[in-house]
Design a protein around this ligand. Structure first.
Ligand SMILES: Cc1ncc(C[n+]2csc(CCOP(=O)(O)OP(=O)(O)O)c2C)c(N)n1
Ligand code: SF4
Ligand SMILES: [Mg+2]
Length: 284
């Protein structure tokens, strides 16, 4: 039986701006967990610094908020310690492509069994709208009155350069589609990356609901080859959403570990207490 979404609610009320896409993303996370019957105790969700990160105390799961750019390694560590947990990492485009880009690449390459949600609002929103790597070239931003000088980066292109086992694109204006994507991503055995086109009416007024409505096209099913998927994500005139690519043949990091084969315990079950008082004596 699906778990009602209210089970994941907290007393603390969100403080995001009116119309912020983070509301819909949180609803999709709660709905996906509920429909997969993952209880609040079985979910571990890491949060970054940023507007998206400010959701950490607004959802009833095991939530952990870390330093800027570090929500992915936090998720990896908790997953490796206890694979019975469903682990999600949430992160903004700024934290993911600037402070923490290396973590994204290595998470994909190692294929840890976690789900990464990149809230792409095309700006550093919490610090009042500076340009990130996904801000379009030439766009005028806070601190850049003449427009952003460099070219933008595409999250999809970065992900595909690391040979992903799962890549999807969602949209905060379509929480029902996002829920379905999230459910598939959680069930996927490996590192699932979801780029979420996130509405930010305060600092990204240009990418409005109307702007997205003219561009978004839903994919019915994933593309059959990585080259077709790369072609789709490089299109500029249309934004394809849905599960774009999956490769179930890539083993997860944990499944490759020879010394864990055949063991029925998780690392967290094997924690032992040692008396280190003698060792500490040496430092006196
Ligand atoms: C290492 C480090 N660099 C910079 C900051 C300042 N900072 C805090 S939030 C933020 C913006 C976050 O942007 P993004 O990750 O895109 O999330 P959003 O606020 O857009 O959801 C920045 C730059 C910080 N806290 N730590
Ligand atoms: S600044 Fe943008 S991302 Fe931050 S809460 Fe407001 S609308 Fe949301
Ligand atoms: Mg951002």
């Amino acid at each position: 039986m699906p778990i009602p979404i209210t089970q994941y609610n907290k007393e603390v009320k969100p403080t995001w701006c009116m119309g912020c896409g983070n509301y819909a993303i949180h609803i999709a996370i709660k709905k996906a967990l509920g429909e997969l019957e993952i209880t609040p105790n079985q979910a571990f969700v890491t949060f970054d610094i940023g507007c998206s990160g400010n959701g950490a105390d607004k959802i009833n799961v095991n939530a952990f908020k870390g330093l800027h750019g570090r929500s992915i390694p936090l998720a990896i560590g908790s997953h490796l310690a206890n694979r019975k947990m469903t682990v999600l990492a949430t992160i903004g485009d700024g934290g993911c492509l600037h402070e923490g880009l290396d973590h994204l690449i290595h998470a994909i390459r190692s294929n840890y069994n976690i789900t990464i949600l990149i809230h792409n609002n095309q700006n550093f929103a919490l610090t009042t709208g500076q340009a990130t790597a996904t801000t379009p070239e030439g766009k005028k931003m806070y601190g850049l009155p003449d427009g952003r000088p460099e070219r933008e980066m595409s999250i999809g292109e970065i992900v595909f350069s690391s040979k992903p086992s799962f890549f999807a694109r969602g949209y905060s204006g379509d929480p029902l589609q996002l829920t379905e994507i999230l459910k598939e991503a959680i069930l996927h055995k490996g590192c699932s990356v979801i780029e979420i086109m996130q509405i930010c009416p305060t600092y990204n007024k240009e990418s409005s609901l109307e702007w997205f409505a003219q561009r978004i096209e839903k994919l019915d099913k994933p593309l059959s080859t990585i080259n077709k998927a790369k072609e789709i994500i490089s299109m500029h005139e249309k934004i394809k959403t849905g599960i774009i690519y999956t490769d179930k043949s890539i083993p997860t990091f944990y499944d490759r570990l020879e010394n864990r084969k055949g063991l029925g315990t998780e690392l967290v079950d094997e924690v032992k207490q040692y008396d280190i008082s003698k060792l500490l004596e040496d430092f006196k």
